[in-house]
Design a protein around this ligand. Structure first.
Ligand code: GUN
Ligand code: ZN
Length: 432
């Protein structure tokens, strides 16, 4: 073992859900994180680990800062970067007015590269090191995204949108071409370096039954790929989906019937599910991507925490930019907390930081790769400044517990708190 990087600061990470066990959270007020190349070697108290640091290596000391695993955003659209904060009376008019015209431009590889590059830098600036990303219907948009991600050596999941009806002709593929293109992209990008592929039917209303069937076949053929789609986001959308697939028991059942529910399937929103849907989510280990800034912005509805938790549904939180209004997972925690409050729940901050790191990695079945500082995991982490703004600095003077510190960060923090971001052991963003 050769230690190549040693960082001293406070450390926060999880080995289990803090709601289930008090032992799940790990906090080292004076901690040391040790890396060998791209991987974590050890994380713990400085006093206990300092003997492992070779004499010739200088320990980077960040007093007053917190090192934690990079955030994981389980649902985001990179082509919607340039249309974030576009108001509409609801999801369906928003798609028609802004989304489809914006996504049209991604047939141009130069444009796709430019937006992908900005998008990835913005994620890193906000401390997000892994995301599940929608590209557009154009295979070129996927090549551009993965090329940019590979250049930064990021652990990213992405896929080509499959969409063969109910959208403008300029964005339509066909059932056959979408399956053929997705297959070729899986061959080209899945497990290429740190890149991972997600089979991406946009949502049931924009796919024919034949296209969804072929997506399910791909999911069977490549069982370690991801699946991502939208479900039960908005009442009008739910009614539309039900009218298009009258034989399905529910909106979610449309996907279930074609084999799109399985581990590594990520379902965005899940607001209007019923108990049987939630039972199937848990049974198939399909995960929820809860997108609070988007759901509030578009007026879609409030996610039901109590019912999801009672059913043991794997849960993660996500920005859903451009429906979402912030790239920051700290701001996403802020709004997650408020959505939970509206349902009568109190969500501890320690739970939200778990959900944005190890919880998401577990929901994606990537917990032996990313999400915490267990030895051998990839070294994706952030250095957080809990006093990054005058208000945070002032509020921090009156903090009495770790939970209070994390809560203040989740409520008042954003990109300004991310001092540095590391991916696979390399510095990929630095504020100063
Ligand atoms: N449903 C289908 N497409 C989209 C999209 O791009 N954003 C959101 N929020 N919901 C969708
Ligand atoms: Zn979305």
């Amino acid at each position: 073992m050769t230690i190549t990087l040693a960082l001293r600061a406070s450390l926060l990470h999880y080995t289990d859900d803090p709601a289930l066990t008090e032992d799940g959270i790990h906090w080292h007020a004076d901690g040391l994180l040790l890396l060998e190349g791209e991987k974590i070697v050890a994380a713990g108290d400085y006093a206990a680990l300092k003997h492992l640091v070779p004499d010739e290596l200088t320990v980077q000391h960040h007093p007053g800062k917190i090192i934690m695993p990079g955030f994981i955003d389980t649902h985001i659209h990179y082509p919607q970067t340039d249309m974030i904060a576009s108001p509409a009376p609801g999801l369906l008019p928003w798609l028609e007015q802004y989304t489809f015209p914006t996504e049209r431009q991604f047939q141009n590889p130069a444009h796709a590269n430019d937006v992908a590059s900005f998008f990835l830098d913005e994620l890193l600036r906000c401390g997000t090191t892994t995301a599940m990303v929608y590209c557009t219907v154009h295979p070129e948009s996927v090549d551009a995204f993965f090329t940019q991600s590979e250049q930064r050596n990021l652990r990213m999941v992405a896929g080509k949108v499959m969409m063969d009806r109910h959208c403008p002709e300029f964005l339509q593929d066909t059932a056959e071409s979408s399956a053929r293109d997705s297959d070729a992209l899986i061959q080209r990008w899945h497990n290429q370096g740190r890149q991972l592929y997600a089979i991406t039917p946009r949502f049931a209303p924009t796919s024919t039954p034949e296209q969804l069937h072929l997506a399910g076949e791909l999911a069977k053929q490549y069982p370690d790929t991801f699946i991502q789609t939208h479900v039960a986001e908005n009442k009008d959308e739910c009614a539309w989906a039900r009218s298009l697939f009258p034989n399905a028991r529910s909106y979610l059942d449309i996907y279930d019937q074609v084999g799109l529910m399985r581990p590594r399937a990520m379902y965005a929103h899940c607001i209007w599910l019923d108990d049987e849907d939630r039972r199937r989510m848990a049974e198939t280990q399909s995960a929820v991507a809860l997108c609070p800034t988007s759901n509030l912005f578009l007026g879609s509805g409030l996610f039901d925490f109590d019912k999801a938790e009672a059913a043991n549904v794997p849960l993660s939180i996500a920005t859903d930019v451009g429906g979402g209004t912030s790239f920051s997972m700290l701001q996403t925690m802020n709004e997650t907390y408020k959505v939970a409050r509206m349902g009568g729940r109190y969500l501890p901050a320690s739970r939200m930081f778990y959900t944005a790191t190890l919880g998401a990695a577990r929901a994606m079945q990537l917990h032996n790769t990313i999400g915490n500082f267990q030895s051998g995991n990839e070294a994706d982490f952030i250095i957080v400044d809990p006093k990054a703004t005058p208000l945070l600095a002032r509020r921090s003077a009156h903090i009495n517990s770790l939970e209070e510190q994390l809560f203040v960060l989740a409520m008042l923090g954003d990109d300004r708190c991310i001092e540095a971001t590391y991916a696979a052991g390399k510095l990929v963003h630095s504020k100063i």
